[in-house]
Design a protein around this ligand. Sequence first.
Ligand code: ZN
Length: 182
Amino acid sequence: MDKEKIEQAVRLFLEGIGEDPNREGLLGTPDRVARMCSEIYGGLGQDAGQYLHTTFEAKNNELILEKDIDLYSVCEHHLLPFYGKAHIAYIPDGRVAGLSKLARTIVFAKRPQIQEQLTAQTADALMEHLKPKGVMVVIEAEHMCMTMRGVRKPGTKTLTYVCRGVFENNDELINRVLMMVR
Ligand code: ZN
């Protein structure tokens, strides 16, 4: 990440909105923002596969659900946060991932994102690296770009889900997962 460039951009941005980047309260802001960027955009160029290398044999597992995974991301249209919960369900094909590793596949959140794409990227990565019979990823999130500006509807949640493999067009399975995450 180009920390220098981010700092320049923040100074320009502050000028642009009519602020004085040299006033005391803002002097350290470009540096703070640049350091924060490496954390909240640190998932750029990363793939969920790195967390799914280690799998364990498990027979006769019907459905595994990791629910209420904390999720923080940044909307790519407004660069404002959206945050909420992710739920990952899958039906393994003989091998399972460590549960803590499953939660870390939300690495795609650490980049400018849209919720729909984040949901699909997570599901596709699980299909690719874990090779289960099927995956369903559900994300519910509140978008600051809807809460702070525009329609201003605090508490409004956007729900997305993506199905792959045996979950596709399987209403019974889909409803079972949706009931479990309620
Ligand atoms: Zn937005």
